[in-house]
Design a protein around this ligand. Structure first.
Ligand code: ADP
Ligand code: MG
Length: 220
């Protein structure tokens, strides 16, 4: 479960998040929607201990991230998957190596890891590319590797920042089917997007941000 309680954040005296609250129950999917610069990525980064709130609380699975010590951060992240807006792949490593590292960090058993790997590579149509260096891949393929890495360990929480920005409609649908399957198995999912059509796919829970403020919400 994810809970944000009256979160504020400023960068250089500029307010980027202004009293944002949100609650996502275990196994639900929530979309954070808003234009460029609305504060979506900053909000996701807070859930991943990559940014700190100036005020307010960020709780993930009853752990208060505002009180987490730096040395505890890796263990918090071990149970999370993050689809980075800027991908953050190891460009000189292969698709398989990038994804396998995520399984190693999460401590997933070999058998389950292999099963998940095969399933994810097939769903994301990466099977034929698995031995390629990721720097050799197209933008869309790289984005799918980033998604595969985030989901392969079946994390408790999946945070996805503009996860389908480089994907066509067919692959976008495949990715969201993957996310729905994970949510059905208990993963809590938060997607940040500036695309209204993406948000429309997940109508149950939504937070609409503009310039750091909540301007609209559905079951937030
Ligand atoms: N590390 C940072 N330092 C200074 N300003 C930042 C930093 N990160 C984000 N911002 C600013 O915060 C605002 C919100 O950014 P962001 O969360 O990336 O928005 P979104 O993901 O909705 O496009 C932007 O104006 C951005 O320039
Ligand atoms: Mg962003």
């Amino acid at each position: 479960m994810i809970k944000l309680f009256h979160v504020y954040k400023t960068f250089d005296d500029r307010t980027v998040l202004d009293d944002v609250s949100l609650q996502v129950e275990k196994g639900n999917i929530c979309c954070i929607v808003g234009p460029n610069g609305a504060g979506k990525s900053t909000l996701l980064k807070m859930m991943f201990c990559q940014e700190q709130a100036d005020r307010g609380q960020v709780m993930i699975n009853s752990q208060n991230l505002t009180r987490v010590h730096r040395r505890e951060v890796p263990s918090v992240r071990r149970r999370m998957g993050f689809v980075f807006e800027d991908l953050q792949l190891m460009g000189r490593k292969s698709v398989l190596e990038n994804i396998t590292l995520a399984l190693t960090i999460a401590g997933t058993s070999k058998k389950r890891g292999q099963h998940n790997m095969d399933r994810v590579l097939t769903t994301l149509e990466l099977g034929s590319r698995k031995h390629e260096q990721t720097s050799e891949l197209s933008a869309g393929e790289q984005q799918r590797v980033c998604i595969a890495r985030a989901v392969v360990s079946d994390p408790l929480v999946l945070l996805a920042d503009e996860p389908t920005a480089s994907l066509d409609a067919t692959l976008t649908a495949a990715v969201f089917d993957l996310f729905r399957g994970m949510s059905a198995r208990g993963t809590t999912v938060v997607i940040a997007t500036q695309k209204q059509d993406v948000a429309d796919q997940f109508p149950q829970h939504r937070l609409v941000l503009n310039q750091g403020r909540v301007v609209n919400a559905i079951n937030p």
